[in-house]
Every structure is written in structure tokens, then in C-alpha cells.
Write a protein that binds this ligand. Structure first.
Ligand code: HEC
Length: 271
């Protein structure tokens, strides 16, 4: 038993940094469900930039409005674009699967449970930061964590155009020294790829100077908020549950005292 506990602890502590299927290491992202303004901004970005293609079909507008602190009337006025949609409806997308297949070669998946599917929000966060220009792709965009993705870079007008830059850098051993090939005596190198912003705020629709352009920090914030929102949608009662959990633990701690005293009284009678 003790060994099992130790083993579990060891795996928890030595949890390796996560990486995508493509091998690209994922960026860290710590969601904050208590930050309602972040969730509200995320919802706004989602409704404006993602809902056209991706539904959140297990989540209702009403619940979302309540949870993230948006009055229902404002939600209907600013975040629901289809006049026939009611506040109690599920969050459906507008594009048909058939059209998606014809236009993008793939159907945009429902994103309600996406962060659960990917074991946390890190994958989505990294995905939204690593679109790059690739003229060989039908829509001109590719992605570092999802190679040859069928989705266009939906947030390009906010971020601008990135290019993929790869460099050969010396491979380091565990002790920090450079690794050398024993036979050829040459240093061993490895290829490391990253992103470089080459054109800021490009958008065919926004030719007006400065409109919609974001600094890299502001774009990261947009992506953070959007990821935070999609993380919330994946498990809307997470905050409530955690709060209840704390109450239950406090209750059990207090309840322990009378239960213990009572047990002692019972034991006295047995002896
Ligand atoms: C124009 C339609 C369109 C828009 C807008 C769009 N997507 Fe997509 N998205 C797609 C398609 C199509 C795919 C499937 C691509 C594939 O599998 O090759 C996809 C795939 C994805 C995936 C990867 C799914 C997987 O299988 O791992 C994620 C995550 C995603 N989209 C998130 C978003 C987010 C967040 C937004 C809003 C910023 C957004 N998308 C906007 C069409 C769109």
C-alpha cells in the first residue's frame, strides 16, 4: 500500500512536459474560472470568430449567461446573432456539415468537451498561437501542433501573419554540456522550430490603418480568454463542485469531533 502511494506520488511529481502529436511542446496555460471578465471576453470572441463553424451543442446560452455573469438581455442583444434563437437554446453553429466538407475538407468538431478530450486547456491554447503561413495549403495556413489542419486561421485579423522558423541548435546533455558524436567527433544538433510574426494585423476586410491590430501580448490575452471560456464550457459546474467539496471537507472535520467522542462513550460500555 505504502509503495503504491509512493509510486503515485512519484508519477505526479515527475509528470513530463506535455507535447502534441506533432512533437511540438505545449505552452503552459492555467485557466481561471473565477475571472468572470476573462470568461466574458472569451465568450465574445467565441461567438464572433468560432461559432460560425464550431457548435457548443451540449451547452445552453442561458446557463452560460448565468455562470459567467452576463445579463440575459445583453447576451441576446450582443452575443446571439440568429434572431430565431432563444435564451434557452443550445449553442448551435450555422454551417452545415455538407458545406464544411466541401469547403474545408473536414467537418469542424463540436468544441463543448474539447479541453477534456485533449487532457487540459494547453493543447487548444498552443493550437491558437501556432498558426503559420503556408502557401502549399489550400487556405494558406498550417499549424505547428495540428499539421495540415483543414481550418483557416480564424483569428488572423487579430494576430497577423506568422511564419515558421526552424534552426539547428546544439543538443545539450543532461549535465548541460554539448553532445558529441563519438565516431565523427562532430557536435550533435537538433532542429527547433518556432514562430515569427512577419506581418501584423493583415486582413482583407480591414484596410483601415490600425483597425483590429493587436500587439503579441494582447493577442495572447485574447487566446487565453478564449481558451479559458472553452475550458469552462467543458465542465460548467466545476466551480460549484469545488466550492461544495471544500464545505464537505470542513463539515467532515467538525463532525469528526462529536463522532470520535461518541465512539469513545460506546467503547466504554463494551469493556
Ligand atoms: C471557417 C470555419 C471555421 C472557423 C471560423 C473556425 N474553425 Fe476551427 N476548425 C474548422 C475545421 C473545418 C476544422 C477541422 C480541421 C481538420 O480536421 O483538418 C477545425 C478544427 C479545429 C480544431 C481542432 C480539432 C481537432 O480535431 O483537434 C480546434 C481546436 C478548432 N478548430 C478551434 C477553433 C476556434 C477556437 C475557433 C475560433 C477562434 C475556430 N476553430 C474557428 C473550421 C473553422
Amino acid at each position: 500500500m505504502k509503495r503504491l502511494v509512493l509510486l503515485t506520488l512519484a508519477t505526479l511529481i515527475s509528470h513530463p512536459a506535455m507535447s502534441a502529436d506533432s512533437g511540438f511542446p505545449l505552452y503552459d496555460m492555467t485557466p481561471d474560472l473565477t475571472d468572470q471578465s476573462s470568461l466574458q471576453r472569451g465568450a465574445q470572441t467565441y461567438m464572433n470568430y468560432c461559432l460560425g463553424c464550431h457548435s457548443l451543442q451540449y451547452q445552453r446560452y442561458k446557463r452560460t449567461a448565468e455562470d459567467i455573469g452576463i445579463p440575459e438581455s445583453l447576451m441576446l442583444e450582443y452575443l446571439v446573432f440568429d434572431p430565431n434563437t432563444k435564451i434557452g437554446d443550445l449553442i448551435e453553429n450555422s454551417i452545415s456539415d455538407e458545406n464544411s466538407k466541401n469547403w474545408f475538407g473536414a467537418v469542424p468538431p463540436d468544441l463543448t468537451l474539447y479541453s477534456q478530450l485533449k487532457g487540459g486547456p494547453e493543447y487548444l491554447y498552443t493550437y491558437l498561437l501556432t498558426f503559420y503561413e503556408d502557401a502549399s495549403r489550400p487556405l494558406g495556413a498550417n499549424n505547428l501542433v495540428y499539421e495540415n489542419v483543414g481550418m483557416p486561421h480564424a483569428l488572423m485579423e487579430l494576430q497577423g501573419v506568422q511564419q515558421k522558423v526552424c534552426k539547428e541548435i546544439p543538443k545539450l546533455a543532461d549535465n548541460g554540456g554539448q553532445m558529441m558524436d563519438a565516431l565523427s567527433q562532430a557536435y550533435i544538433t537538433e532542429q527547433v522550430c518556432g514562430m515569427e510574426l512577419v506581418e501584423r494585423g493583415y486582413s482583407p476586410l480591414q484596410l483601415v490603418e490600425n483597425s483590429g491590430r493587436l500587439s503579441p501580448e494582447a493577442y495572447e490575452q485574447v487566446v487565453y480568454d478564449l481558451t479559458n471560456f472553452i475550458y469552462y464550457v467543458g465542465d460548467p459546474s466545476r466551480l460549484d463542485r469545488e466550492r461544495t467539496g471544500v464545505f464537505v471537507l470542513i463539515f467532515l472535520a467538525f463532525f469528526f469531533v462529536p463522532a470520535y467522542l461518541l465512539a469513545r462513550e460506546y467503547k466504554k460500555e463494551i469493556h
